[in-house]
Design a protein around this ligand. Structure first.
Ligand SMILES: NC(=O)c1ccc[n+]([C@@H]2O[C@H](COP(=O)([O-])OP(=O)(O)OC[C@H]3O[C@@H](n4cnc5c(N)ncnc54)[C@H](O)[C@@H]3O)[C@@H](O)[C@H]2O)c1
Length: 337
């Protein structure tokens, strides 16, 4: 049975990826600290569902715990590591930046050190579309310069990309970093717009619409994202013989087995169309409060997914109406509504 270490396995994306790997017959070591950034009961429930699979082994610990990840890799020898554990969230990084230093910088450093000590076939790590920051050229391509991060969250993820590149170069470890674009779906995060909108509408509360609704997001349905991850796991980057061997549009490093890949829907949706999809799925109209743009936020995101398509033959394509309806069905079921 192939074996994977998934960090952040009690998180939204980590849960879905772990579940899919288990269904495919993998053994999964699920590493998560169950942090209290949002409802811990939701994380506990996700892990309980994974524990129904024989191949799942949960480990509750923090990335920052010295030596913990190295010992774990040594004991379990997984083929791949998928690093999803992080302090996520753009807005919260303005209030509480320290947690981002601990989980994203120190935590990721420990993970890289562990993989240096106990090499794996492929290390896959989460970055974010937020690293494109103030870029105005759309769609965002991996080969575009991305040097204008607008939030501390994005800055720590950009730092993770640089840290992983250096380790890939120095120690020859194959690393793929993926930039996710607004992922949504069942078991989603309570701090994200979809969850907040649905909760508010069902409770008869108004919803807050930032930048007066002039926002576009490349919403990515979680099952599509997982499909892309599972396929990318089979395409570890190799160090190129020469820089000229790198195909145009490929983000492969000229000096390391390291690549960055966007995972998005490649079809940005207007925020008000997204709200309309939520209203339709709930059969209720939302009361809306129009607000200014929030600090750290960007007005639009849009992924160029041609590299993903070239590497895996796959591109996310679930329309938001369908994905939102599935989220609403899950939300009602989970809350017994
Ligand atoms: N959901 C999105 O739209 C999105 C977009 C871009 C990037 N990402 C990235 O994808 C990854 C997964 O995101 P998610 O939406 O599933 O978030 P999530 O918050 O649901 O999951 C992250 C998990 O990591 C765990 N964790 C946090 N700090 C930890 C630490 N120091 N040690 C051990 N565990 C720790 C948390 O308990 C949580 O369960 C993150 O790296 C995030 O930055 C997510």
């Amino acid at each position: 049975m192939p074996k994977a270490l998934v960090t952040g396995s009690a998180g939204f994306i980590g849960y879905h990826l772990s579940r899919r790997l288990l269904e495919l017959g993998w053994q999964v070591i699920g590493f998560d600290a169950m942090t209290d950034y949002y409802d811990v009961a939701l994380k506990t429930r996700r892990h309980e569902l994974l524990e129904a699979f024989e191949g799942f082994c949960p480990v509750v610990a923090r990335l920052e715990e010295p030596g913990r990840l190295t010992r774990l890799l040594d004991e379990t020898a997984p083929e791949i590591v998928v690093h999803l554990a992080a302090q996520a969230g753009v807005r919260y990084s303005i209030e509480e930046p320290q947690g981002y230093v601990e989980s994203n910088l120190i935590g990721t450093f420990n993970l890289l050190e562990a993989v240096r000590a106990v090499p794996v076939r492929h290390l896959l790590m989460a970055s974010t579309s937020s690293v494109y920051g103030a870029n105005e050229k759309m769609p965002y391509a991996e080969t575009d310069k991305a040097d204008t991060q607008m939030s501390f969250y994005a800055a720590t993820k950009k730092a993770n990309e640089a840290m992983a590149h250096a380790y890939a170069h120095l120690y020859g470890m194959p690393v793929t970093m993926f930039r996710f674009f607004t992922v949504y779906g069942p078991w989603g995060r309570p701090d994200m717009a979809l969850f907040r909108f649905v909760r508010a509408i069902l409770e008869g509360e108004p919803i807050e619409i930032y930048n007066h609704g002039r926002m576009r997001r490349d919403f990515t349905y979680v099952d599509d994202l997982v499909e892309a991850l599972v396929r990318l796991a089979e395409v570890p980057p190799a160090r190129p013989e020469t820089a000229r061997a790198i195909a145009p549009g490929d983000s492969l490093s000229p000096v390391a087995p390291f690549r960055i890949v966007n995972i998005g829907n490649a079809r940005p949706v207007e925020l008000m169309d997204f709200v309309a999809a939520v209203e339709k799925a709930l059969g209720r109209e939302a009361e809306k409060i129009y607000m200014e743009m929030q600090p750290g936020d960007v007005p639009a995101t849009w992924a160029d997914t041609s590299l993903l398509k070239r590497l895996t033959g796959y591109c996310p394509d679930t329309p938001v109406e369908e994905g939102v309806a599935r989220f609403v069905a899950w939300y009602r079921d989970y809350h017994g509504l």
